[in-house]
Design a protein around this ligand. Structure first.
Ligand code: SAM
Length: 249
């Protein structure tokens, strides 16, 4: 389907994955599992698509040449594994990294895993509902606020989860809550050179671009990460897509 024949009102069918109760109970279970077996870090989303190493390769490519001091915000961080995977080869420093999640259990689990992860002592994990709260940059720390935003914002499966919520905004517009995600998150991105990388299995690349590049977000498509493609019913596709956005100049 091309972006031009995507109906404006195309929403995902709501499911339990769009509720905080689902994530709270998942992380309660994952904390219990981790306590009895510290090598059990819980779910790493899209690991079957090798997603995290593809994101790492993209971010460490010569064309971007990001310095070790690059700042990262991981929205809907879960167990924080995406940030930890970026620390592994020493290209980036942990004290520029912040993971946020609306589930208190996620923050607790990520902090526990950070304690056993090399070089992760500087990584910050904070509880934040990215749709219902809109803190200023000071919330994330002085460095990010002084520099005018994050260099990189990461989302792996979080826009997907929010798109599965049946909640509507209380402004009388009837819009589903995921529809304000782009403007909410883009405001934390550095206006110049900031990159937002969104990974989804629920939206196609074209749909994701259409949802994110709405006027109020000020975002434009910058590029994509390649995944192996398959052909089904005469159409080409991949199970996961990662699209890079930046602020329009
Ligand atoms: C599919 S999981 C992905 C977790 C992690 N990014 C990963 O790749 O493993 C979606 C995450 O989004 C979080 N989430 C959902 N809605 C949120 C919101 N409004 N604000 C912050 N986090 C949210 C959930 O708690 C969950 O941790």
């Amino acid at each position: 389907m091309s972006s031009t024949d995507l109906p404006e009102e195309a929403h995902l069918t709501p499911s339990a994955l769009g509720t905080k109760a689902h994530w709270d109970s998942l992380y309660a279970l994952e904390i219990t599992n981790h306590s009895s077996n510290p090598s059990d870090i819980g779910t790493v989303w899209f690991s079957d698509s090798d997603c995290e190493s593809r994101i790492y390769q993209y971010l460490t490519s010569d064309s971007l040449s990001l310095p070790p001091s690059t700042t990262f915000l991981d929205v809907g961080t879960g167990n924080g594994h995406l940030l930890f995977s970026l620390l592994e080869d020493g290209d980036f420093e942990g004290d520029g990294m912040v993971g946020v999640d609306y589930s208190e259990g996620s923050v607790e689990l990520a902090k526990k895993i950070a304690e056993q992860t090399p070089n992760a002592e500087g990584v910050k994990f904070l509880q934040l509902d990215i749709i219902k709260s809109s803190p200023d940059l000071e919330f994330f720390g002085t460095r990010v606020s002084e520099e005018g935003g994050f260099d990189i914002i990461l989302d792996k499966g979080t826009f997907d989860a929010i798109s599965l919520s049946d909640e509507v905004l209380d402004d009388g517009s009837g819009r589903r809550i995921y529809e304000i995600y782009p403007e909410k998150v883009a405001k934390w991105l550095k206006p110049e050179e900031g990159i937002m990388l969104i990974t989804s299995c629920n939206w196609t690349e074209e749909e994701l671009v259409k949802k994110m590049t709405v006027e109020v977000s000020g975002l434009e498509r910058m590029g994509r990460i390649k995944y192996p493609e398959f052909t089904f019913g005469g159409k080409k596709g991949s199970t996961v897509c990662t699209v890079a956005f930046r602020k329009k100049v």
